[in-house]
Design a protein around this ligand. Structure first.
Ligand SMILES: [Zn+2]
Length: 266
């Protein structure tokens, strides 16, 4: 088994602008962990690699939002799902030397689930590797994040100053100015953006706010609390867009629900 095994940590966050991309990154990493050749990159040919690709490897366990009776994904990943992971993680792997748990959309774990995950990450069972996928890692508890190695997609990393990032910046500057009327005017001016551009703007907003929370970007004087609230609001907007809510409604929401601080940092 992997000669470089000890170089693999026990917890990672894979963040990308889309859930699909973050899961693709995590899956590739899982393949590397489980590959029989144990190289820096998965060989892609061994039985383990092929099983990961076909999503039938018994030691790669994927956790995702459960479905309700109507087959719709629930809003959150709940604590029972993480408890089940905790129980399973103490059982020896079937075929590989490790067990890999891929948590899709880990930033949708509710607070109880995140606390259960934290306990798991604090005392990880031997040989278990946890891969948390996220489009908005700022929604994860700082204590969870601090226990993970964070990997961002190249796409998110090099995001050029595209239109969507520019718009997110304009919005945040309007928020930082603390002037509701100005913010509302700005929001009204964006109402005619099409669904796609609105989605891109919201995704860019999530990334920019995450960067600000991690001090990778100037926070424009916004408080952590404000940034966290904006991150939550942006995630809600993302949810609404996924069920085809129109741009007009999204910008209306931003105009009204954006927290405007008193200008004090806190
Ligand atoms: Zn392989």
């Amino acid at each position: 088994m992997a000669a470089d095994g000890q170089r693999i940590g026990h917890a990672y966050i894979f963040s990308a602008p889309s859930a699909e991309e973050s899961e693709r990154m995590a899956r590739r990493f899982a393949q590397r962990v489980l590959c029989e050749r144990g190289l820096e990159e998965p060989c892609g040919h061994c039985a383990a690699c092929r099983k990961v690709e076909a999503d039938i490897h018994p030691d790669l366990i994927t956790v995702r939002r459960q479905e309700d009776d109507k087959g719709r994904a629930r809003r959150e990943i709940v604590v029972d799902q993480i408890r089940a992971v905790n129980e399973d993680a103490w059982i020896l792997p079937n075929e590989a030397a490790r067990k890999v748990y891929l948590i899709a959309e880990a930033d949708r774990m509710n607070p109880a689930a995140q606390n259960a995950a934290l306990k798991l990450l604090e005392e990880p069972p031997n040989g278990a590797v946890f891969l948390l996928c996220a489009t908005n890692p700022a929604l994860l508890l700082p204590t969870v994040r601090s226990r993970c190695v964070e990997r961002r997609s190249a796409e998110g990393e090099q995001a050029p100053e595209q239109e969507s990032v520019k718009l997110a910046g304009e919005y945040l500057r309007a928020v930082a100015a603390g002037d509701r009327a100005k913010l509302v005017r700005w929001c009204f001016a964006q109402e005619n953006l099409d669904q796609r551009d609105t989605q891109a703007m919201i995704e860019a907003l999530c990334l920019v706010v995450t960067d600000m929370l991690c001090a990778r970007r100037s926070d424009l004087g916004l408080s952590r609390r404000q940034l966290t609230e904006i991150a939550v609001l942006a995630a809600h907007c993302g949810d609404y867009l996924r069920v085809n809510t129109g741009s007009k409604h999204i910008f209306g929401l931003l105009a009204v629900d954006t927290p405007l601080g008193s200008g004090n940092r806190g």
